[in-house]
Each structure stands twice: as structure tokens, then as C-alpha cells.
Write a protein that binds this ligand. Structure first.
Ligand SMILES: O=P(O)(O)OC[C@H]1O[C@H](OP(=O)(O)OP(=O)(O)O)[C@H](O)[C@@H]1O
Ligand SMILES: Nc1ncnc2[nH]cnc12
Length: 235
């Protein structure tokens, strides 16, 4: 099945992303291809271009931003002395946004989720785009007090704050296959709380994706489901 995704009419010229043109990326990850991807049904599939990009030293490189350090700058005095990684430049760049969503889609497709659950608030941005690429519904895991109706929730502490997150009970069918997405996994306590809440509702959490992982905090050890990060920082 080939592309049914409309051309990117605002930017018709091909863009270079790690040696791949925008046109090539569109053809590689068309909506129709994602929806019918053989791996979603347990068959083999050759690695896509994002795999090749990640093999070049472990960090995604784009034509404009050469490495993760410059793409995801650190602000040291922003929140309680934590090395705050700002995702906004990644999202602001059409190229790095596109390459990130390609990578997240490539990794998630074989897991065949029914829903992407994004964590309030930054997890909604790429989480929503990913749900659309995967042909999934989107579940909002919100901060305390934002959702009507019956909810389940968990309270946890992260790098710089203590928060409570909640999800509506009635929107998660028992047995649903759910992929969790957040912008950053630091301590891992947010995604661990999200896994617990979804499992309490009878869902199966098939995987976790994030844009950035502070791998030295070992957040992925807090969960027992596969976790994928676009950028991983070990300091
Ligand atoms: O792995 P952890 O240590 O739990 O940290 C990761 C979480 O911390 C941030 O949440 P914050 O409440 O600051 O997010 P927002 O700006 O998206 O509201 C981030 O968006 C993740 O949700
Ligand atoms: N170091 C960090 N930078 C940005 N967002 C975060 N959320 C939790 N830790 C963070």
C-alpha cells in the first residue's frame, strides 16, 4: 500500500533530514502504510530510515541541528537547580519534529496499540500526532482536578515537583492495548504512575515512548514495558 498522505503543500521542496528528503520520509511513512504495516500483524519488516539515523552515534541528527545537545538545550537555573531539557526547539523545527514523529511511529507500529495515552501537558503534543499516525484514539492523562466524571489517579514525585495525574475510567475499555507517550522520562515516576493507572483499569500497556530520556536517572527501570526514546542523555 503506498502513500495517501497529501503533499506538504506549504513546503513543497524536499528537505534534507540526515540525508533523507522530506519526500522520501513521506513515502516511507504514509498513513496507509502505517495502518496496514505488516509488523502490526507479526510479520517481518526491514528497518526504516530512522533506524539508520539512530545508528549514527545514537542521537538523531538533522540537517539544521547537528546533535542532541544543540537541539535540546539545558537550562540549569530554571527549576530547582535541575538540568532542565527544553523540548520546544525540537518541536519548533519542522525537520526535527518530523524526524521525531517518524521515529516514534516506526518503533510503535509493531506494538499495534489501540490508544496512545499522553501525559499532561507536554506529552499531548507528540502523543496526539503519534496517535494520528498510528490510527489510534488518544487518551488524556491529566493533572489533578482537570477531568470530569470518575477517574483513577496516582500521586508521585519527580525531579522538581510532586504531582497527581488522573484518567477517566470510562474511556479505557478493559483489554485495550495502550501506548504511553510523554515528552521526557527523567525519574520515570510519571510513566510508572501512568502504567499503574492503566493496568488498574484492565488495559495492557504495550510500550512507552518519549522524546527525551535522562538515562542516567534510570527511569526505565521503574517500568517493565519496552521504552523508546528519540534522544537519550547520559549526563
Ligand atoms: O520522569 P519524571 O521524573 O516523572 O519526569 C517527567 C515528567 O516531568 C515533566 O512534567 P511536568 O509536570 O513538568 O510537565 P508539563 O510541563 O508537561 O506540565 C515532563 O513533562 C514529564 O511528564
Ligand atoms: N530535566 C527535565 N527537563 C525538562 N523536563 C523535565 N521533566 C522532568 N525532568 C525534566
Amino acid at each position: 500500500m503506498m502513500a495517501d498522505r497529501p503533499p506538504h503543500s506549504a513546503n513543497p521542496e524536499p528537505l534534507s533530514v540526515a540525508g533523507l528528503s522530506w519526500r522520501a520520509r513521506v513515502l516511507t511513512y504514509p498513513r496507509a502504510h502505517v495502518l496496514t504495516c505488516p509488523t502490526a500483524h507479526g510479520l517481518e519488516r526491514s528497518p526504516g530510515p530512522f533506524t539508520a539515523v539512530r545508528q549514527q552515534g545514537g542521537l538523531m541528527k538533522t540537517g539544521h541541528q547537528r546533535d542532541g545537545e544543540s537541539t535540546v538545550p539545558v537550562f540549569k537555573d530554571f527549576r530547582a537547580g535541575v538540568a532542565f531539557r527544553d523540548v520546544m526547539p525540537v518541536l519548533a523545527s519542522r525537520e526535527s519534529f518530523g524526524a521525531a514523529i517518524d521515529g516514534l511511529t516506526e518503533w510503535s507500529t509493531p506494538l499495534a496499540p489501540d490508544y496512545v495515552a499522553g501525559i499532561d501537558a507536554r506529552g499531548f503534543i507528540l502523543g496526539g500526532a503519534l496517535a494520528d499516525r498510528l490510527g489510534c484514539g488518544f487518551l488524556a492523562i491529566r493533572k489533578e482536578g482537570k477531568l470530569p466524571g470518575e477517574t483513577v489517579g496516582r500521586t508521585f514525585s519527580g525531579e522538581y515537583s510532586t504531582d497527581r495525574i488522573e484518567i477517566r475510567k470510562d474511556l479505557v475499555p478493559p483489554g485495550a492495548r495502550v501506548l504511553i507517550h510523554d515528552d521526557i522520562v527523567a525519574t520515570g515516576n510519571s510513566v510508572a504512575a501512568a502504567v499503574e493507572m492503566l493496568e488498574e483499569l484492565g488495559a495492557t500497556v504495550v510500550g512507552i515512548t518519549c522524546l527525551i530520556e535522562k538515562s542516567f536517572l534510570k527511569g526505565r527501570s521503574r517500568v517493565s514495558v519496552p521504552l523508546f526514546s528519540v534522544y537519550s542523555f547520559d549526563a
